[in-house]
Every structure is written in structure tokens, then in C-alpha cells.
Design a protein around this ligand. Structure first.
Ligand code: SF4
Length: 272
């Protein structure tokens, strides 16, 4: 049984996922982390979603493929990793576009090993090098060691980044890092750790942070990122020796990025 909150084309991922037609996202409800600044809090903490079975999940993937999705983008799937091993094996019969594992990065190596051969592209977050910050902001214990080991395993499974003739990523790993306000040192340490795994690994340096109502009054998190902070993060990227990545225009920090979780849309898809 899966609980999902959105099935649809998404155009605001990195260009190598969204392309012209969009990335075929399926958002799962629930998350292993409890980020106080989470922009998808309705589903990560609020439990919004509908329950569906394995056949229905595969139908959602087929639907996205049929409407032109460049890939199937499984968003926050980690809580369902065990069941997805079986479902993805079945899905391979009909779903031919790349499978993207878009996770918080806080997952075990043992669980990732079971996905070997089933996931084409890993798209994890790497949020913190500072375990104190990880606990304060996300209630995650031992975050750094867990995320570092997880990303290392992802890279072991997908050591080469492959793009098709349209520039769409078909295999590989891209690590996302959301630059937080008042936390540039954390960013610099995260980037060094990524470089330590593989300097050629793609990094998506995200500057789109905006405070949700829950952290609007928080001293550290209650504002958007300053341009100087993002510039310092970009400099830290090069200082770390990283060679491949994506950066963002800070003006793109808008709530338009946040997807709408319309459960009726999913019901309509399943009735087709
Ligand atoms: S990992 Fe992402 S989805 Fe999960 S709580 Fe944190 S910000 Fe939200």
C-alpha cells in the first residue's frame, strides 16, 4: 500500500529532468525527516494523500509516460523503499523512461542496495554537514554519516552520468543542496564532502529557500537567502574542487515552485 499526494508533470526541476515536456512526478506522503522549514509540509508531516495499491501505482507511472514525461520522478519515496523494490521490478515491463529516486538522502545503505538495477538516476538531498543543525532543523540523528554513506552508495551504483541527445539525464547522480540562511559554513562543509566522494558528481545548488509560516518568526530561518550568502555558496562550490553543477537565480525563490496537492487529480487519473 502506498500513500501518494500528487501525480503530474513538473516543470521546475533541473533542466535535465524537466526538459520540454516535464518530469513525471509522483509525490509520496510522509518523510523520514521532520524539516521545520519544509515547503511540502502538507504531505511530509500532515499526511495528506490517498492510499493506492501496487497496480495503481504502476498505472500512474504508465499514465505519466503516456502523456510525455521524460522520466518517472519518485519524490520522497524512501519510506516505501521495501515495497518499491517489487513494484519497480514489475513496472520495468511497461515503463521505459528513466526512474528517478528523488529523496531526502537520509536512508540506509542496506535499503539502497535493494534498489540496485531498478533506479536509473539518484537525486538525493545533502542538507547538513553539521549534526547539531540537522537535529535542530530536521530532528535527524547522526545525519551526516547516514547521508554521506547513502550518497556514496548511490554513486557506487551509478558511477557515470549519462545524458541523451536532448540533454536529459538517463543515468547518474545529482546531489541537491538547499542553501539555508545563516548557514553558509554548513554549505561549504557539505560541498567539500560531496567532492570527497567524487569531484565530478553533479551538484544542484538551490537558492530557492523561503520561510514557511512555521518558521516565519525564527531568528535564523525567518527570511529568504541573501545574495551574498548564495554567492558565498557558489564560491564554496569551486573551492571544494567540484566541476559539475546547476545554480539558480535567486529571483526564482518563489512559492510557485511548491506543487499543489490535488487528490481529485489522482482519482481522475486512476479512473482513466
Ligand atoms: S526532507 Fe524534504 S520533504 Fe522531507 S521534511 Fe525535509 S524538506 Fe520536507
Amino acid at each position: 500500500m502506498y500513500r501518494i499526494a500528487r501525480v503530474g508533470l513538473h516543470h521546475y526541476e533541473e533542466p535535465c529532468f524537466s526538459g520540454e515536456r516535464g518530469s513525471g512526478t509522483i509525490f509520496f506522503s510522509g518523510c523520514a525527516l521532520r524539516c521545520k522549514f519544509c515547503q511540502n509540509y502538507e504531505i511530509s508531516r500532515g499526511g495528506k494523500g490517498i492510499d493506492i495499491g501496487e497496480d495503481e501505482l504502476i498505472r500512474c507511472m504508465e499514465y505519466l509516460q503516456d502523456i510525455g514525461a521524460h522520466n518517472i520522478n519518485l519524490v520522497t519515496p524512501s519510506n516505501y523503499a521495501g515495497s518499491l523494490v517489487h513494484t519497480l521490478k514489475l513496472a520495468k515491463n511497461t515503463v521505459k523512461v528513466p526512474i528517478v529516486w528523488n529523496s531526502g538522502g537520509y536512508e540506509t545503505v542496506a535499503s539502497l542496495k535493494k534498489l540496485e538495477g531498478l533506479v536509473d538516476v539518484y537525486l538525493p538531498d545533502f542538507k547538513y554537514a553539521d549534526d547539531g543543525l540537522a537535529w535542530e532543523y530536521s530532528r535527524a540523528k547522526n545525519y551526516f554519516d547516514v547521508a554521506y554513506a547513502a550518497i556514496k552508495e548511490m554513486r557506487r551504483q551509478q558511477p557515470v552520468d549519462v545524458f541523451d541527445e536532448d540533454g536529459m539525464m538517463t543515468r547518474g547522480v545529482i546531489v541537491r543542496h538547499l542553501v539555508l540562511p545563516n548557514a553558509v559554513e554548513n554549505t561549504a562543509e557539505v560541498l567539500k564532502s560531496i567532492a570527497d566522494i567524487d569531484k565530478d558528481m553533479y551538484v544542484s545548488l538551490m537558492g530557492q529557500y523561503f520561510p514557511t509560516p512555521e518558521v516565519m518568526d525564527d531568528v535564523a530561518l525567518g527570511r529568504r537567502l541573501a545574495q551574498e550568502e548564495y554567492d558565498a555558496a557558489t564560491e564554496a562550490f569551486f573551492d571544494a574542487g567540484l566541476r559539475n553543477g546547476f545554480c539558480q537565480d535567486l529571483d526564482s525563490a518563489t512559492e510557485e515552485y511548491v506543487p499543489q496537492f490535488d487528490l481529485d487529480e489522482i482519482r481522475k487519473i486512476l479512473l482513466k
